[in-house]
Design a protein around this ligand. Sequence first.
Ligand SMILES: [Fe+2]
Ligand SMILES: [Fe+2]
Length: 193
Amino acid sequence: MSDLSFDEALAAVDERLSEESREHCARVSETAGRIADVYDVDVEAARLAGVLHDWDRDTSADELLVRAAAAGVDVTEEDRLVPYLLHSRVGAAELAERFPGLDESVLEAVATHTLGALTMTPVAKIVYVADMLEPVRSYSGVEELRDAVGTCTLDELFRRAYTRSLVRVLERRRHIHRTTVETWNRHVAGERA
Ligand SMILES: [Fe+2]
Ligand SMILES: [Fe+2]
């Protein structure tokens, strides 16, 4: 149970982020709460993590590197190739500092929403999926993912979402971060629906 209420988190996000990001965060929060309810996961934590997940979404790449250093976030050479992806880990570090009572599962979900991680709680998987399914998202396969909510396990829903996400990375010929490879091998590879 976090000391930070949803309304306090929403107010902090409203103050910090652009209108576009605020609205995205509100939609991810709503979607995460709905998915958590379907899978009997802590709805409050999912909504809170959803609204906070993009705390550093509007922060420039250069500024993310500066803030990562200030917050003690480990930055590899590879992270420097794709600094935008740091918004998850920097956001989590900054949130931990600003709201000391924030639940660990909420921080972890924020930290892992871009790349995933070797260890992911149900709340983290839900936020990852909700970020991909929120109502404004539009890409080939999104409707199938939306329809899958509640028809398969949460782990399988995550596997399908992660697969879709990696396919998009490949189609765009983007850099594949080693954390993506680790997450894929740990949570997705070899698992069948
Ligand atoms: Fe994000
Ligand atoms: Fe997001």
